[in-house]
Design a protein around this ligand. Structure first.
Ligand SMILES: C[S@@+](CC[C@H](N)C(=O)[O-])C[C@H]1O[C@@H](n2cnc3c(N)ncnc32)[C@H](O)[C@@H]1O
Length: 229
């Protein structure tokens, strides 16, 4: 589908497959902020089995491994996973749709579940949190981040600019608000330990060339969850 502003709308999988070639190379204020904020939500990782749901190009697998985690990454975009495999040849990487559970892992196989900047593409939040909890051992944790839902109120969603074709590519997103995310996590049996909403202030806005336009707005939402039993 094409409109006069040369914005095209594609499926999430196709969008990320196309974005994969340049995802790591272009300045991205959301991944920049995520890299700064998400690790604060991680428990100790040395020797832990950690799964990242929606691992993309393996951007987050790097810092997880630096902290000693034994990582598994899952994604449904082959182009993104190829990039991850090039960076992390010894990591276990699995092509699977998070919207089609169960994932091919036994119950309670992981100490920690991580998911970074994926939630807006997940239609069924309840199913997502239930599957994440099934994979996590009792006493384990989940660290989750997402583009802050307030941005949907400004009609901002995941997209990239394809210079070769001179078109902005937008892919399917679901405008879940904070209440829906929290309710789904609680409903699946997670305990919420922390919720972080990072608002871009003037000082933060000066630290990244593309952050200035977000000053005064929350850009990043993070949750740390615990599986009690
Ligand atoms: C914004 S990227 C984030 C990648 C990585 N976590 C990061 O922070 O750099 C979102 C990723 O989620 C993946 N994704 C979205 N929906 C998915 C689904 N239903 N199943 C598996 N992966 C999905 C996309 O293919 C993409 O790689």
């Amino acid at each position: 589908m094409r409109d006069e502003k040369t914005v095209i709308h594609v499926s999430t999988r196709e969008g990320y497959d196309r974005w994969a070639a340049i995802y790591d190379d272009e300045p991205n204020p959301t991944t920049w902020l995520d890299a700064r904020e998400l690790p604060a939500l991680w428990p100790a990782l040395a020797g832990r089995q950690v799964i990242e749901l929606g691992c993309g190009t393996g951007r987050v697998l790097g810092p997880l491994r630096e902290r000693g985690a034994i990582v598994t990454g899952v994604d449904f975009a082959p182009g993104m996973l190829q990039k991850a495999a090039a960076k992390h040849p010894d990591a276990r990487l699995v092509l699977h749709d998070l919207g089609a559970p169960p994932l091919p892992f036994a119950d309670a196989s992981f100490d920690v579940v991580v998911s970074s900047l994926v939630l807006e593409h997940i239609a069924d939040l309840a199913g997502f949190f239930a599957e994440a909890r099934r994979l996590c051992r009792p006493g384990g944790a989940m660290a989750l981040s997402t583009m802050h839902p307030a941005l949907f109120l400004r009609s901002i969603q995941a997209h990239f600019y394809d210079r070769a074709r001179a078109e902005e590519v937008r892919f399917e997103s679901f405008p879940h608000q904070v209440g829906a995310i929290v309710t789904a996590a609680l409903g699946a049996g997670w305990t919420i330990e922390a919720i972080v909403e990072r608002i871009v202030d003037e000082a933060l806005g000066e630290q990244h060339p593309k952050l200035e336009k977000f000053v005064g707005w929350p850009l990043w939402l993070g949750l740390r969850l615990r599986r009690d039993a």
